[in-house]
Design a protein around this ligand. Structure first.
Ligand SMILES: NC(=O)c1ccc[n+]([C@@H]2O[C@H](COP(=O)([O-])OP(=O)(O)OC[C@H]3O[C@@H](n4cnc5c(N)ncnc54)[C@H](OP(=O)(O)O)[C@@H]3O)[C@@H](O)[C@H]2O)c1
Length: 289
């Protein structure tokens, strides 16, 4: 069992190994913040002021005393940590804007995941309110950056390997860079109760799905090879891939969603938190590494 830590570090970071979590730790270290970062894995880097705790949160909350909780992982983990840690007086947590987009998904599994996430967000808000802890909850659109995300990095990998990328829709996207999200999370820690509440966050640019693919390919120094196909044809191809044991994590509903706009109105966060995200500029060097 991990040792129980008391006193400093005051900031406990969950989901520390996500792209946003890693960005947050870099920026926190530069600001001289003391933080305790949780991961199930061995730490791969060390930063001044950052202490890693290797811990599986499914076995229980991190056994630490912290005044502040910053969570870049699943919101359910933040809820469990908050429920068990009575020293925490301030919470900044990331969750997903998907509860807006996927609440009526034709996929029953997705719908139930959205119900669970929304319930966890409500319970976290109730827990914080009951304890007088300030909560800032960011519900973001797709996050990219760091070269290892499941969105842009995956599309980059796919488009580098396939002779062409099949596309079934022109839905709008607003990718959020992990660095911008981390910077905002750090900034709101220094803000007063005006930053409390739930905030929708989108990226600095809205572009359609084929344009997003073209931008990713161009960051890799290639021209995008896109072929437009009806969704029904793509679903058939996906069914064949599933039958041969491939692309198991791609669900048919994801193909339908290529035609759906996944965008939010983040004006409140821009006006009141100074949210000023960059346009969509994937980092070619990170994608190639
Ligand atoms: N990815 C996106 O595009 C996106 C978009 C909008 C919102 N979000 C939100 O961002 C958050 C993170 O999403 P994600 O997709 O990047 O990653 P995720 O798969 O939801 O979470 C991965 C992170 O959580 C940590 N984690 C998971 N289970 C753990 C456990 N049992 N014990 C300790 N740590 C655990 C992982 O740490 P280790 O593996 O290092 O242990 C890792 O840092 C979620 O709240 C999600 O709703 C994500």
């Amino acid at each position: 069992m991990a040792p129980s830590l008391t006193g400093d570090p005051a900031v406990l970071v969950l989901g520390a190994s996500t792209a946003s979590g890693r960005e947050f730790l870099s920026q926190a270290a530069e600001s001289g913040l003391q933080a305790l970062a949780v991961s199930r894995r061995q730490p791969t880097r060390s930063l001044p002021g950052i202490t890693w705790l290797q811990h599986d949160l499914s076995e229980g909350p991190a056994p630490v005393m912290a005044g502040v909780l910053v969570s870049f992982g699943p919101v359910g983990l933040a809820l469990r940590q908050m429920t068990a840690s009575h020293s925490i007086g301030r919470v900044v947590a990331i969750s997903s804007a998907s509860t807006v987009f996927k609440a009526d998904s034709p996929d029953a599994l997705e719908r139930s995941a959205m119900v669970r996430i929304a319930a966890e967000e409500s319970r976290l808000a109730a827990q914080c309110a009951a304890r007088g802890a300030g909560l800032t909850l960011f519900k973001t659109t797709m996050i990219y950056g760091g070269g290892s995300d499941a969105n842009v990095a995956r599309l980059a990998d796919l488009s580098a390997r396939l002779p062409f990328v099949p596309v079934a829709g022109r839905g709008l996207r607003q990718p959020v860079h992990a660095h911008d999200l981390a910077e905002l999370a750090l900034r709101v820690l220094a803000m007063d109760e005006r930053s409390f509440g739930t905030w929708l966050l989108g990226g600095g640019e809205t572009l359609d799905y084929p344009a997003l693919l073209r931008r990713v390919a161009s960051a890799q120094g290639r021209a995008a090879r896109i072929i437009r196909l009806p969704c029904a044809v793509l679903k058939l191809a996906l069914a064949l891939a599933h039958a041969s044991g491939r692309l198991g994590d791609v669900r048919p509903v994801m193909l339908e969603r290529q035609a759906v706009d996944l965008v939010v109105d983040d004006q409140p966060a821009r006006a009141r938190l100074g949210w000023n995200p960059r346009p969509f500029r994937p980092d070619g060097a990170a994608l190639r590494s």
